[in-house]
Ligand binder design. Structure first.
Ligand code: FRU
Length: 438
């Protein structure tokens, strides 16, 4: 039956059939979360892009609906975003129903243009705007790479903002009506699927910064005046690995900034390909190096996991032995903190696959430098989510995170395995995982 295939992820969204990549049009409206996504309904390969559509009451359990956007004479349906036009700025609202408006890219061999479409039935059906495209970017940029509009309402200026991937970074456009757009500015150094949003630092609404990121998991902090994003300092990674093209939800009911990323995980032999990673909450927290972006699974995720074992102060040999019984588990969550005794490296494997590879000399975790700013001891902590085909790891309370394909069990008999010189497993907790498809 559906969702019961051998390699069907059990607590991540996948499509019933076909290929998926980027999440699109993430929005909360009328009591439901909407997840649109790049979908090829016909094959397991990237091609024929449509917008697929799924809805959820809790960000965890998803119901797949029919596709929402189909290719047309302007091209196939590339990535974009969705807003609710409460003030009827575009004039599509009907009988008091505010339109859900999707901004997307139409891709053709000749060029990529930005378009809008509106829905009066909560995203079930979209009507494309007759005046499309609303931005014919080729004229201004002389580059085919102009796509992935992320639109939001900028309250202080009473106008819409669009962040758009163009050529070598993210451009900013503004509009009063979602139809006529004016180019304002450009930031170089990003590629695809732009995001721009404001976050409080340590939860203080009086002290905020704007975050800009692109598809690959690096971000810049800065200020934004409605037209220009001014970056302050460097560009940092907050997440890495198999994640790509993450987007955040518009109109969250509780003000959280919640993200879903595409998991570039292949599903050999399955009728589907690709997956969505766990929804995560993004926050800015003060570290010794200034404010940094943290990323942890949303609290709704907790309902899926039940604690089944918990230990403290183990040697790695003891821990490895105690974990034997979980070697063949389908899905698991493991929380652990371990302490190094030398300034070298240590980690945690599953059948030889490096789930954590912490190098204290270079301050890298699984190859990415993330500068553990508040590290005063030699300890590292991790919250690890293991599904049938993927592994997601959240280090040090979300200071850095990454995702990877879960490799099939090789000949390697080792199972779970802490490694490193005299490491001390300070704590270790194992949770069973529930399927979201029941
Ligand atoms: C990112 C991306 C987007 C584009 C979409 C096409 O993965 O390349 O830039 O809109 O995928 O499917």
């Amino acid at each position: 039956s559906l969702y019961s295939e051998r390699n069907r992820p059990q607590f991540h969204f996948t499509t019933r059939r076909g290929w998926i990549n980027d999440p699109n049009g993430l929005i909360y409206h009328d009591g439901q979360y909407h997840l649109f996504y790049q979908h090829n309904p016909y094959e397991r390969e990237w091609q024929n892009m449509h917008w697929g559509h799924a809805i959820s009451d809790d960000l965890i359990h998803w119901e797949e609906l029919p596709d929402a956007l189909y290719p047309d004479e302007l091209g196939t349906m590339f990535s974009g975003s969705a807003v609710i036009d409460y003030d009827n700025t575009a004039g599509f609202n009907t009988d008091g129903v505010p339109a859900m408006i999707a901004a997307y890219t139409a891709d053709s061999p000749e060029k990529q243009v930005q378009c809008i479409a509106y829905s009066l039935d909560n995203g079930r059906t979209f009507i494309k705007y007759k005046g499309n495209p609303v931005i014919d970017s080729k004229h201004s940029w002389n580059s085919k790479d102009t796509r992935d509009p992320k639109v939001f309402w900028y309250k202080p200026g009473n106008h819409w903002v669009m962040v758009l991937n163009e050529r070598d970074g993210h451009s900013i456009y503004t509009s009063a009506n979602l139809k006529d757009w004016k180019y304002e500015s450009h930031v170089t150094g990003f590629w695809e699927c732009p995001e721009l949003f404001e976050l409080p630092i340590d939860g203080n609404p009086e002290n905020t910064k704007w975050v800009m990121y692109g598809a690959s998991g690096t971000y810049m902090l800065g200020s934004f005046d409605g037209k220009v994003f001014t970056p302050e300092a460097g560009k940092y990674p907050y997440t890495a690995g198999s994640i790509y093209a993450a987007q955040t939800f518009t109109n969250m009911p509780d003000g959280r900034r919640v993200q879903i990323g595409w998991g570039r995980i292949s599903h050999a032999g399955m009728p589907f390909n690709g997956m969505m990673l766990l929804p995560t909450e993004l926050t800015l927290r003060t570290t010794k190096e200034g404010p940094r972006l943290f990323n942890v699974p949303v609290k709704e995720t907790e309902q899926l996991f039940s604690s089944v074992r918990q230990w403290e102060n183990l040697t790695s040999d003891q821990a490895n032995e105690l974990l034997d019984e979980f070697d063949r588990a389908d899905g698991l969550r493991i929380k652990t903190a371990f302490k190094l005794s030398h300034a070298t490296s240590a980690g945690f494997n599953l059948f030889g696959q490096r789930i954590i590879d912490y190098d204290l000399n270079f301050n890298t975790v699984n190859g990415t430098f993330y500068s553990p700013a508040d590290r005063t001891s030699m300890e590292i902590s991790a919250d690890i989510y293991i599904d049938r085909t993927s592994i997601e790891v959240f280090i040090d309370g979300g200071a850095f995170s990454y995702s990877m394909e879960r490799k099939p069990h090789a000949d390697n008999q080792e199972g779970f395995h802490f490694w490193g010189n005299n490491i001390e497993v300070k704590n270790l907790e194992v949770f069973s995982a529930q399927s979201i498809w029941k």
